[in-house]
Each structure stands twice: as structure tokens, then as C-alpha cells.
Design a protein around this ligand. Structure first.
Ligand code: SAM
Length: 233
């Protein structure tokens, strides 16, 4: 396998238009974010409202070094560990408002060609261990993986959102498996909406409300805002 010298266009990255927005629109508000198969950490990078604490982990030392360079001025803790061991250690420690995002190397059965994509791959048994471990955890977890029987079987109780992805002229279905209900409050609302037209519709609505609210005397306005805040669940 060739030496990795850049994180641009990283194999299996999730910086795909139409996918990253759908991922972020499913991420509930949290105070700690942990991405344990980081690769280029494309999803972490997309958040415009990052959590107070952020952990990125990647097993490949070359990729880890590039991540350290990329995020040296950011508020991120970087680890170079085996995610499976890491999860075993943390499974009873992380709970409540910890959000874990897992984008493991795809199971070999989900790859059109049985090619090795990474220096560090996962065997069947590693996928099973990963799935058994996440089932024991209480914090909010999202796993992204292409449609796959093993994942469907283990995570049959989890919520599943399927996203059709068009990438390099190929269409595939990515599944977001989540162990939590539909979020009622998001970590980052910047990508809310079904598509760019829907996001434009929401932005216009916000602008119209802001314009209206700016005309109301300040105390009356703040009183209304306080009352509206009560509607937040
Ligand atoms: C599908 S890629 C992640 C891509 C990433 N989401 C992005 O947007 O760039 C999976 C990554 O997991 C790493 N990896 C493989 N086995 C691992 C393990 N046991 N622990 C941690 N990382 C691992 C690979 O080196 C690879 O970078």
C-alpha cells in the first residue's frame, strides 16, 4: 500500500454532497464528540458548531500524523489506537451527551470488488466485536455502513436511515444506524433541510422572522423569545 501523504480525497471519506448534510441532520446536541475511525475526519470538519470536547482516533500512524498537522490549532484530542480496544475501555464510561460517530472500513461482503482499501482493515470477527460492543453502550451512537446483512441483523433494533449516494458516477446506499430516536435538538442546524432548495426556504423563513422581530420593542421582543424558548423540548 502506498504511503499516505495527504488527507485530501481520502479513501472512503464522507465529504460527499447530499451525504454529510444528512449525517449532520441526524446528530443530536452533545457536549462530547468521538469519531473513532477518523480517516480524514471529514464529518468532524463539517460541523460549524463543534462540541466542547472532540476526540478523533485513527489506527494508521501515517493518517494519525496528518490529522495532528491538520487539526493542530483546533480544540481536538487525537488518539492513535485500535478503536475496538478504545470502545471496550470507554463503553461504560461514555453516556448521556457523548456522541460517537463510527465509520469503520466496510465489511468485505459490502465491497463490489474484494479489494483491500486500507493498511488497517477489519476482519469479520472485528466487525462482530464492534457490533457487540456498541450494543452494550448507553451513549448516542451513529454507525455508517453500506447496506449489509451482518449490520442489519445486529442492529435490527436501531433506527436506520438509508441515503442514496452518487459518487464517481456510481450509486450506492449508505445506511446510518442510530441507537437513539429522531433528534429534537441538533448539534448543528446549518444543514437542516432536505436539499439546497429546502435549506434556502428555511433561511428565507428565518430572515423574515428576524425582520419582523427587529421591529418589536426590545423588552417585548425578549419576552416573546423567552416564551418561544419554552416550546423547545
Ligand atoms: C471508512 S474510513 C473513515 C473515513 C472517514 N470517515 C473520512 O471521512 O475520511 C475507515 C478508517 O478506519 C481506520 N481503521 C481501520 N481499522 C481501525 C481500527 N481498528 N481502529 C481505528 N481505526 C481503524 C482506517 O485506517 C480508515 O482510515
Amino acid at each position: 500500500m502506498e504511503k499516505i501523504t495527504t488527507l485530501d480525497n481520502y479513501t472512503g471519506h464522507k465529504n460527499i454532497n447530499g451525504l454529510y448534510q444528512k449525517i449532520i441532520n441526524q446528530v443530536p446536541k452533545h457536549s462530547m464528540y468521538a469519531e473513532l475511525f477518523a480517516g480524514s475526519a471529514a464529518i468532524y470538519e463539517k460541523f460549524t458548531v463543534p462540541a466542547a470536547i472532540n476526540i478523533l482516533n485513527e489506527i494508521n500512524p501515517e493518517v494519525y500524523t496528518l490529522l495532528c498537522e491538520k487539526f493542530k490549532f483546533k480544540n481536538v484530542v487525537l488518539w492513535n489506537r485500535d478503536a475496538l480496544e478504545f470502545l471496550q475501555k470507554m463503553k461504560f464510561i461514555w453516556y448521556n451527551d457523548v456522541f460517537v460517530f463510527l465509520d469503520p472500513p466496510y465489511h468485505h461482503n459490502s465491497r463490489p470488488l474484494a479489494t483491500e482499501l486500507y493498511e488497517y482493515e477489519m476482519k469479520d470477527i472485528d466487525h462482530v466485536q464492534l457490533l457487540e460492543t456498541v450494543l452494550e453502550m448507553d451513549c448516542n451512537i451513529m454507525i455508517i455502513h453500506p447496506k449489509c446483512e451482518l449490520y442489519d441483523n445486529f442492529l435490527h433494533d436501531w433506527r436506520k436511515v438509508e441515503v442514496k449516494v452518487r459518487y464517481h458516477k456510481k450509486t450506492s446506499i449508505e445506511c446510518l444506524y442510530m441507537n437513539y430516536p429522531d433528534p429534537v435538538e441538533l448539534q448543528d442546524y446549518s444543514f437542516l433541510g432536505k436539499d439546497c432548495w429546502d435549506r434556502q426556504r428555511i433561511s428565507r423563513k428565518i430572515e423574515a422572522y428576524q425582520k419582523k422581530f427587529k421591529k418589536i420593542p426590545v423588552l417585548e421582543r425578549n419576552y416573546i423569545i423567552n416564551k418561544l424558548n419554552e416550546l423547545k423540548k
